[in-house]
Structure formats: structure tokens, C-alpha cells
Design a protein around this ligand. Structure first.
Ligand SMILES: Cc1cc2nc3c(=O)[nH]c(=O)nc-3n(C[C@H](O)[C@H](O)[C@H](O)COP(=O)(O)OP(=O)(O)OC[C@H]3O[C@@H](n4cnc5c(N)ncnc54)[C@H](O)[C@@H]3O)c2cc1C
Length: 493
């Protein structure tokens, strides 16, 4: 197999390719984009090899956990853009949005009945791994899943890395090889296959192709979807175009000051790309290439010293190195965990030292005790925390630095660490556009000690787990305007 795909492609079932199939089917589930996508590229490769047309199915069910107007709107924006991007191209695009729970059942099987081979995305978190593996058993034709998550294939690291430092060392040894094997910017450029797959009428009749005009804005069709309507869409649209716009602004105005400004809640010092990365509207390969271009970077600038250092490895500016440390080291560390550790979202997956110290302090008296209801409404005694929670509820994000504080306070104010974990998962995944992601679990579990080390002095509730307080945070970073901005009484209805 082509070296680019060797560690990225895995069969999901044992069925053969059906050479008489009518088309190659790409079932787009996680990498919802037409560029820098190994999955789409693999499907194009099959279509060219088998001389079959290519059909891209992008479906949206309405019964996924935490399904809400916010996430649906963002995904639908991206789907509408994919439809325009694929107009006039040789691959056929078939968007399908369920109107009611379970309505989409049977669509994949019906299409697969006509397919020569099915290619899908390999994403290691949320309900996607279960969905893909159960679908593969029902499809009597070869189905492959393709990993287009990050610069390093998930299968390249066959163990869990306990710290960012250990993972960075591994990356610095392994990444130079994988930097030679990028996906194609526009996979459909290699159009060596017949155009326009025909979708059988009985399929289109039962599962009509989505008309995006019907779902625009606050339309009736959108309002009638069985979703959590309390979690409202945010102002920012989803899709590849908005991701490119944000990246351009960040590279022009934010990269140089990223190391300092990323910590300041009053500044937009970070890229804001995490929701787009989460929904697959942008790829880390595409982002990396643009950073490299901005930096006029060449491969031979990479340091040969794999010592786990955060800086002076890429041979780029300080801002670019700091940004890539988040985008590559920290982000892909989370994918490494989800891919290699069963139960990564369970309390028991914490390092033993963290469990021991949290348990030793689980009966300590809490300075304040809050349940999910008060926390969700941002009605605690702590103005900074309430502001962070309100930003999460209204904007679907929390400033990066305050997100750490947000989690630490939930630990301090919950009856025990397990309850804190479930509250963090619930609030993060319900409201954050970038939630339900490997990074969600990295961040939430970091609050409880994952990827960290024991800290002294040992404190009530936290034990040896790193402590943060609103007072210290306010001393370190300016927060007055941030509190003012999110103080308004536009809290959860
Ligand atoms: C309690 C808690 C919960 C979190 N939940 C999520 C979540 O649900 N989804 C999510 O993507 N991130 C989460 N993070 C990590 C981090 O807060 C976000 O990735 C970051 O704020 C996203 O903003 P940005 O895209 O502007 O980041 P930038 O600073 O512009 O960074 C670029 C990219 O690097 C990655 N990145 C940045 N910081 C981190 C980090 N600390 N850990 C892992 N990857 C990082 C993200 O993919 C990000 O988009 C969480 C952190 C904490 C402490």
C-alpha cells in the first residue's frame, strides 16, 4: 500500500471488494471537508482503480448525544458548503439530514448494496467508533476506515503516552517521516474515474436528498428537528470557508504574539479553530502548511535533536513553535489516548497517583458545594467562574486559560471527584462547539491530574493535583473586562 496510507487505512470488515458494484461510496462522518482529507483521497483512489464513479454520502442524524441546534447548525453550514464545493466536480454529493429519530436507518446499507467498496472516517471518540464498527458488520462489501485526524497517524504510536513531554519526544523522532506524506490539497484533482454516480430512485424517494434552503436560518424545518433547542446556534458559521478566514486572520495578526496573548481573556489571542477541527471542517495538515508558508519554512530546518523540547524543534519563530506545540503535541496526544486506551473517558483511566490523592481527599470539607443546576446557570459566588460558564453557554467556548480554572473549580465545589468529572463532561459536551472530542477528554482529565505530575503543597480536596484559584488567576491575567462582558443576565433560560 502507498506509504501515505499504510498506517492510516484499516479494514472494518472481512468482505471483499465487489467489482461489479455501481460506484465507490465515501461515507463522510468526521472529516467533513473536501480538502486535505485522506479518507476522500482513498475513496478517489479506489474509484480510479476500479473505474467506478464516486458517491459522497454526508448524513446527519438527530439522535446523537447532546444533539442541539448549536451543533446541527454548525454541521449543516459545513454540509451546504460541501455541496457548493462539489458542484460541477466529478464526484456526486448526497447530503441527507434526518427529520426524525431513526429515519436515516437503512440508508447506508441500501447504498452499500450497490457499492463496490465503502470508505469512511476513522475518528477515535464520541459515538463514531461504535457506529462505524456496527455498520461494517451489516455491509456485505469491503469497508475501510481512514485516519485523517492529525500529522501523525494514530497507529504510529502503539502505546499511551503519559505526558506531553514523552509524546513530544516520540513526535520529534517519528514526525519527520510522516511530514513527507501529506494528503492531497484537492483530492478530486486526480479525476481518473467516470463521473456522476447514479443514486437509485427508490433510495432517493425514501431518503430524499437534503434541500439546504429548507434548513436555512430559523426555518420551520430546522425548528422542527427533534433537538435540544435550548442550546442555541452561535453567531459564527461552520464550514471550510470560515475556518480559512479565521486562520488567515490568526496568521496575520496573532501568530507572533501567540505565546503571551493566548493567556489573556481580554484578547482574541488564539486561532479559534477548535470547533472547525472538531467537526472536520479544517485539517491540521492544511493549517500546518499555512503556518509553514507564513514562516517560509523548509523541511531541513527541523532540528535533529529529539529531546522533547517545546521550542527550537521546528526551526520556526517562537509564536509558530508555541502554536504547533498546541496543534500537534497537545492535540494529537489526546488522539493517542482515545485510540489506545479503552475507557479513556472513565475515572479509572486517571494515573494511579492522581486517583490515590483524589481519593485520600474525597471526604474533605468543600468550601462551597454546587450541583449541576447552579453550575449550569453560572450562579455560584465566584464572578470569574460565572463569566466563564456564561461564555460557554452563550458562545459555545471558554477562553483557553479560563477553561482550566473552570474545571479546577468544578473539582473543588463538587461532592467528590467522580461527580466533578461527570459535571465537566456534561457541561463541556453539551455547550462547547469543540466538545465531544479527544481534546475534551484531555482537558477535562488534565484538571484531575492526567498528563500532569504531583504538586506540593498538598491541599484540601485537590491533594497533590495541581491547584488553581480565581484570585491567583485574576492576579496573573487581566479579567475585569471579561467578567463585565459575560456578567449580563442573559444566562441560561
Ligand atoms: C477543562 C478543559 C476542557 C477542554 N475541552 C476541550 C474541548 O472540548 N475541545 C477542544 O478542542 N479543546 C478542549 N480543551 C483544550 C483547549 O482549551 C482548547 O483546545 C483551546 O482553547 C481551543 O481554542 P483555539 O482553537 O483558539 O486554540 P489555539 O490556541 O489556537 O490552538 C490551536 C489548536 O491546538 C489545539 N489545542 C490548543 N490548546 C490545547 C490543549 N490545551 N489541549 C489539547 N489541544 C489543544 C486545539 O486543537 C486548538 O484548536 C479543554 C481544556 C480544558 C482545560
Amino acid at each position: 500500500m502507498d506509504e501515505r496510507f499504510r498506517l492510516r487505512v484499516a479494514p472494518c470488515n472481512k468482505y471483499p471488494v465487489r467489482r461489479k458494484g455501481a460506484f465507490v461510496l465515501y461515507w463522510m462522518t468526521a472529516f467533513r471537508r473536501t480538502h486535505w482529507n485522506f479518507g476522500l483521497e482513498r475513496a478517489v483512489m479506489w474509484a480510479s482503480e476500479l473505474k467506478k464513479p464516486l458517491l459522497i454520502l454526508e448524513a446527519l442524524r438527530c439522535d446523537y448525544p447532546w444533539a442541539s441546534d448549536r451543533f446541527h447548525r454548525f454541521i449543516i453550514d459545513g454540509m451546504a458548503e460541501n455541496e457548493s464545493a462539489l458542484k460541477g466536480r466529478s464526484a456526486a454529493y448526497y447530503p441527507y439530514i434526518e427529520h426524525g429519530k431513526g429515519e436515516g436507518k437503512g440508508l447506508l446499507e441500501a447504498l452499500s448494496d450497490k457499492a463496490a467498496v465503502v470508505v469512511t472516517d476513522d475518528y477515535p471518540a464520541f459515538f463514531l467508533p461504535r457506529m462505524v464498527s456496527s455498520a461494517a458488520q451489516r455491509i456485505p462489501v469491503l469497508m475501510e476506515k481512514v485516519d485523517s485526524n492529525g500529522l501523525i497517524p494514530m497507529r504510529a504510536g502503539d502505546k499511551v503516552f503519559p505526558t506531553a513531554y514523552a509524546f513530544r519526544r516520540f513526535l520529534q523522532k517519528s514526525l519527520p517521516h510522516f511530514l513527507k506524506f501529506f494528503p492531497a490539497g484537492d483530492p478530486l484533482d486526480a479525476e481518473g474515474f467516470p463521473s456522476r454516480a447514479e443514486i437509485p430512485d427508490f433510495i432517493l424517494k425514501r431518503w430524499p436528498r437534503t434541500d439546504f434552503h429548507a434548513f436555512a436560518g430559523d426555518s420551520k424545518a430546522f425548528r422542527n428537528l427533534p433537538l435540544d433547542h435550548g442550546v442555541k446556534p452561535v453567531a459564527r458559521p461552520g464550514g471550510e470557508r470560515e475556518a480559512s478566514r479565521l486562520l488567515k486572520i490568526f496568521l496575520e495578526n496573532g501568530l507572533a504574539d501567540y505565546p503571551e496573548k493566548r493567556r489573556e481573556p481580554q484578547e482574541q489571542g488564539t486561532s479559534g479553530l477548535s470547533p472547525f477541527l472538531h467537526f472536520g471542517h479544517v485539517s491540521s495538515h492544511g493549517i500546518f502548511l499555512q503556518v509553514a508558508q507564513t514562516e517560509e519554512w523548509f523541511f531541513d530546518r527541523l532540528s535533529s535533536r529529539a529531546i522533547g523540547s517545546k521550542s527550537n524543534w521546528w526551526g520556526m519563530s517562537e509564536g509558530a513553535e508555541a502554536f504547533l506545540d498546541q496543534l500537534v503535541t497537545w492535540r494529537e496526544l489526546g488522539f493517542n489516548m482515545c485510540f489506545n486506551k479503552t475507557g479513556f473517558e472513565g475515572y479509572e483511566s486517571l494515573p494511579p497517583w492522581a486517583i490515590a490523592t483524589l481519593e485520600a481527599h474525597s471526604k474533605d470539607e468543600r468550601p462551597y458545594l454546587y450541583g449541576l443546576d447552579i453550575l449550569e446557570k453560572g450562579q455560584t459566588h465566584d464572578a470569574l467562574w460565572n463569566a466563564a460558564q456564561k461564555q460557554l453557554v452563550h458562545e459555545g467556548t471558554i477562553h483557553n486559560y479560563l477553561r482550566m480554572l473552570w474545571g479546577k473549580k468544578i473539582l473543588q465545589w463538587s461532592p467528590d471527584p467522580r461527580s466533578a468529572l461527570s459535571v465537566m463532561i456534561e457541561l463541556n459536551n453539551k455547550y462547547a462547539l469543540d466538545g465531544r472530542d479527544p481534546n475534551s477528554y484531555s482537558g477535562i482529565f488534565w484538571v484531575l491530574g492526567r498528563y500532569d505530575r504531583p504538586w506540593g503543597p498538598e491541599r484540601p480536596v485537590f491533594g497533590k493535583v495541581r491547584y488553581m484559584s480565581s484570585e491567583n488567576t485574576a492576579r496573573k491575567v487581566p479579567v475585569r473586562d471579561y467578567i463585565k462582558k459575560f456578567k449580563g443576565d442573559n444566562a441560561v433560560a
